[in-house]
Design a protein around this ligand. Structure first.
Ligand code: PMP
Length: 375
């Protein structure tokens, strides 16, 4: 099976599995228990992972809050900020091409009385910066804009956006799920206030992620209302017994990504170029790329095959190749991301996403292309 659906999830790295296994069996203690060694071993493992993740993101160790994944982090940050800081005129601003876990959370808070502004995006899914700046002058409670898009790969200018939010004293959150582990991130150099990410998008385990909640300039923790109440783990931000094996795996995946990311990005850029040039040479009459060539996450390519239904195409190749119509989290509906960039429904229905990983090869690309051509 050729796996070209790495934006949906990635194969866990063998080295990650190896460090996780002891925490499922021998070292099964609860890190919140006290005094005996099974507990302290688990606690130390959680803290080591927290440090590995902080190194990958370039933030402080105690700014990393473990969650069950990016969907939870997005919910927790958006609801938690709106609840605590919304006041009499709660106002949330998001982009139209956000992941469903941001869009649906926005719809939920809207149903609870929050004003939500949806920023238009350009033809590649990047937010319209003029509209963003206009919104800033209204002093919204929170602006949430994804770092990289999961269907098109386009990257927003998060440095500029976060600086402008800081200048105007507006809270800024970014859903960085698709970029963490794939591009260099240095949170200590930019004023991103909140960030969401997930381990399974960069060869870590599923069901574990983080909400990064930055401290203020005086080093004081930024409070938000918790989403899950209980025993007060994670400094009261997120209660519940830690999933130690998953946290350990997340930490290892972060350590690997930090050391191998520059090489992985090169590999992915080469693979992407190779794929595009082969597709153009073989299908020049019917092909169009919805995704940009530049300023993007390497390895994500969104392709339109004119007149060919995407579901039928995916089914046709599904014995040998895994590709998708777009986000696995909203795969039953036509992509809202492609609609937000202005594609008519018939073109949305002719579009597929190929998302590569550093483990894919040129041979797999050759096989995919010849399979597509019916050979
Ligand atoms: N945001 C983006 C941009 C994503 O691509 C995804 C995963 N499809 C999520 C959030 C949700 O992540 P998780 O699977 O960890 O809940």
């Amino acid at each position: 099976m050729i796996y070209f659906d790495n934006s949906a999830t990635t194969k866990i790295d063998r080295r990650v599995v190896d460090v996780m296994l002891p925490y499922l069996y021998e070292s099964f203690g609860n890190p919140s228990s006290k005094y005996y060694s099974l507990a302290t071993t688990a606690k130390n493992a959680v803290e080591e992972a927290r440090e590995q993740i902080s190194l990958l993101l370039g933030c402080e160790v105690d700014e990393v809050i473990f969650t069950a994944g990016a969907t939870e982090s997005n919910n927790m940050i958006i609801k938690g900020v709106m609840e605590l800081y919304g006041g009499d005129n709660p106002h949330l601003v998001i982009g139209k091409a956000e992941h469903s876990s941001v869009l649906e959370t926005a719809k939920y808070v809207e149903s609870q009385g929050v004003k939500v502004t949806y920023l238009n995006v350009d033809r590649y899914g990047r937010v319209n910066l003029e509209e963003f700046n206009d919104c800033l002058s209204l002093s919204p409670t929170l602006i949430s804009i994804q770092w990289g898009n999961n269907e098109l790969g386009s990257i927003n200018d998060i440095e500029y956006i976060s600086r402008r939010c800081e200048e105007e004293k507006v809270f800024f959150h970014t859903d960085a799920t698709q970029v963490v582990g794939k591009i260099k991130i240095s949170l200590n150099e930019i004023p991103v206030k909140f960030l969401s990410c997930s381990a399974h998008k960069f060869h870590g385990p599923k069901g574990i992620g983080a909400a990064i909640i930055r401290k203020d300039t005086l080093g004081i923790r930024t409070k938000i209302a918790p989403l899950i109440h209980g025993g007060g783990q994670e400094n009261e931000y997120r209660s519940g017994t830690h999933s130690v094996h998953n946290i350990v795996g997340f930490g290892k995946a972060a350590e690997i990504a930090l050391s191998e990311q520059p090489d992985a990005a090169d590999i992915l850029e080469q693979l992407e170029k190779n794929l595009k040039s082969k597709l153009v040479s073989m299908f020049s009459e019917v092909i169009h790329f919805n995704s940009d060539d530049h300023n993007k996450i390497p390895g994500i390519v969104n392709i339109q095959f004119k007149g060919i239904n995407n579901e039928l195409l995916i089914k046709k190749v599904s014995d040998r190749v895994a590709i998708s119509t777009g986000s696995a989290c909203s795969s039953s509906k036509p992509s809202h991301v492609l609609q937000s960039i202005g594609l008519p429904l018939n073109e949305v229905r002719n579009s597929v996403r190929v998302s590569l990983s550093k483990e894919n090869t040129i041979e797999e690309i050759d096989e995919f292309c010849s399979f597509l051509s019916g050979k």
